[in-house]
Every structure is written in structure tokens, then in C-alpha cells.
Design a protein around this ligand. Structure first.
Ligand code: GFB
Length: 313
């Protein structure tokens, strides 16, 4: 079942947080022909451009880690772009992969595809059993369409394509934009700058009560390569760490790692989003994989990376 290490693996979204982690992992476990593509190589929302990249590279295996992504504010502000771009990217990748005979493909979805009020921890069969969270329903529908597309290619053409549904991912090389980023990198930047400037307080969005699960990008990269070697079924696989923290606990962890000792102030005018989205990871554990990073260690790793590159960002 394990993949031939001489296979040509194409990773779409190669400069992103997840794509770059997958590439590092593939090379570490002996893949000799790993090719990354990103928006500078081809506009993956363009069908012809995507097809010509696949005709030129002729990969054997594809990892789809390319997407328009962002935190709660970006998703809430730009639903059309999140829906359209992600539908176009995945559709173009799938049709090009099928056209050149790619039999092994891993599609990366997201934990936000589950119903807002799904029983916790969330099992994969909770899909489509209830309404979505409104702050990211456009992105979620696009990712649900991608999951159904992968299942359809399996059924129609017999392709050994699979889907993973990762929880919130973080790590070095993330998007640390002050307003468009996800919560963990947003707080890393904000607490780092507050500690640097000896600020008295840091404003954090919402009430602090929602809970989130976080997986380090290196763990996610390792899980993706593990699934390519060991998983082959139509059902999606949740990829997470099995524990979650409140946003308030997260803020304390990041403040500690950044050396900030001032006051945390909550801006309740900002949305909380989904109350909780802890994934049930027993299907993944059943394949023999478990995460390596603890959250406090992972946050320190990310703060150190951000501090060392803050002059460049
Ligand atoms: O990572 P995040 O933006 O998105 O986390 P989701 C949002 C939660 O963190 C909300 C709180 O409860 C926010 O109120 N928060 C506190 C902050 N301070 C901040 C801050 O400065 N920035 C941000 N961004 N949040 C995402 C989806 O949902 O989950 C994506 O929007 C994707 O599409 C991702 O699916 C996995 O975790 O709520």
C-alpha cells in the first residue's frame, strides 16, 4: 500500500503553511521527485493554465493544499471569493489530475465543513446533518463540494483519491496578517508586538469562550503523508490532536510564550464563530498515526519563528 518513493508527487499550494509542511515531510521520508506549484507558477482558478501545468509535469500523485484561506473576519467579509476561488481551484486540479491519469490524490478540506452544533467530538459521519456556521459557510460548502468530488471520482473512475479534514492548523510560515489571519497567528503577532512595545494591554476578539483544536503544520504534514501511504477509502478522515482549548486559554498561552505580562481586553463586537469544533480522531488513530507537538511547545516554536523573522515580515 505504501507509495513508491520514486513517484512524482505534485503539491499544489507549495508555499502555503500546509503545502510547505507536506513537501518537507515527503522529502524527509524519501520521496525523490516532489514538485511544488503555487499561484506564481499557475493561476489555479484558470482551467487552461492548470491543465497545461499537469500536461507538462505529469505527476503520479497529487496533494491539493491550494486554497483561498483566512480567519473568521476574512471569511465573513468575502464569502463570494472564498466560494468561487476554492470551487475553481479544486475543480481545475481534479479535472487536470484525471486527464493525466493521477490515481492517487489527497484533498485537504477543513473542520469548518461540519454542522455548527455537531455533537463533540465531531465524527466524520456528522457531515451534512445540520446547518453550517454562518461566518464561514461559503468556504465550508466549497470544501464539501471538493469532498463529494473526490468520492465521485472514486466511484466513477476507480481513482484511489482520498480526503482529509484537518482542524485549525498553525505553525512557522503561517499568515500573520493583523486582521485576515487565523486566531493563533493573529495573537502571536499581537502579543509579540505588545511585549516588544511594552504595551499595557492587548485586545482579543470575541468573548474568549469558544473552543478550538490546533494542529502544528509539521504534524499535519506528517499525517497527510501517512494517509497517502496507509489510507484508501471514500470516507474522509479527521486530522486533529484530540484536545481543544478556549480562546481565553489560547490567549494566555500565547501571551506567556511572547513574554507579555499586561492586560487582556475582550472586544465583544467581534464574532465568536463556531462555539466548538473538536474532531473525533479515532479513524486517524486507527491507521496508526498520532501527533508529536503539544500546543504549548508548538506555540513557542511559532513565536520564536515569528520573532526571528519579524524584521522580514
Ligand atoms: O481561526 P479563526 O479566525 O477562525 O478563529 P475559526 C476565530 C475565533 O478566534 C473566534 C477568536 O472565536 C474569534 O473571536 N479570535 C480572537 C480571533 N482574537 C482573534 C483575532 O485576532 N483573529 C482571529 N481570526 N480570531 C476558521 C474558518 O474558523 O477555521 C476557516 O473561518 C477555516 O475557513 C478554519 O475553516 C479552520 O476557527 O472560527
Amino acid at each position: 500500500m505504501t507509495l513508491d518513493r520514486a513517484a512524482r508527487v505534485l503539491v499544489a499550494g507549495s508555499t502555503g503553511l500546509v503545502g510547505s509542511a507536506v513537501i518537507r515531510r515527503l522529502e524527509r521520508v524519501g520521496f525523490q521527485d516532489v514538485v511544488g506549484i503555487h499561484s506564481a507558477d499557475a493561476d489555479l482558478t484558470d482551467t487552461a493554465a492548470t491543465r497545461s501545468v499537469f500536461e507538462r509535469l505529469r505527476p503520479n500523485v497529487v496533494v491539493d493544499a491550494a486554497a483561498r484561506v483566512g480567519g473568521i473576519a476574512a471569511n465573513h467579509a468575502e464569502p463570494v471569493e472564498f466560494l468561487n476561488d476554492n470551487l475553481l481551484i479544486q475543480t481545475n486540479l481534479f479535472t487536470a489530475a484525471h486527464a493525466v491519469g493521477v490515481h492517487r490524490l489527497l484533498f485537504l478540506g477543513s473542520s469548518c465543513i461540519y454542522p455548527r452544533d455537531a455533537a463533540q467530538p465531531i465524527k466524520e459521519d456528522a457531515l451534512l446533518t445540520g446547518p453550517l456556521e454562518s461566518t464561514n459557510d461559503a468556504y465550508a460548502i466549497a470544501k464539501l463540494a471538493g469532498l463529494v468530488a473526490v468520492q465521485s471520482y472514486r466511484r466513477r473512475y476507480g481513482h484511489r483519491w482520498i480526503s482529509a479534514m484537518p482542524t485549525n492548523v498553525y505553525g512557522p510560515g503561517d499568515n500573520f496578517h493583523p486582521t485576515r489571519s487565523h486566531v493563533l497567528p493573529a495573537l502571536v503577532r499581537r502579543f509579540y508586538e505588545a511585549a516588544r512595545d511594552d504595551a499595557e494591554e492587548v485586545v482579543v476578539w470575541g468573548t474568549g469562550t469558544p473552543r478550538r483544536e490546533f494542529i502544528h503544520s509539521d504534524d499535519l504534514g506528517a499525517a497527510c503523508v501517512h494517509l497517502l501511504d496507509h489510507y484508501d477509502a471514500a470516507e474522509p478522515v479527521n486530522v486533529g490532536v484530540g484536545t481543544d482549548v478556549s480562546i481565553a486559554e489560547l490567549a494566555e498561552l500565547v501571551a506567556e510564550a511572547a513574554g507579555f505580562r499586561g492586560r487582556i481586553v475582550w472586544d465583544r463586537s467581534k464574532p465568536d464563530g463556531t462555539p466548538r469544533k473538536l474532531l473525533d480522531v479515532s479513524r486517524l488513530a486507527g491507521t496508526g498515526w498520532k501527533p508529536r507537538f503539544g500546543l504549548a511547545e508548538g506555540i513557542r516554536d511559532t513565536v520564536e519563528w515569528f520573532a526571528s523573522s519579524a524584521t522580514r515580515l
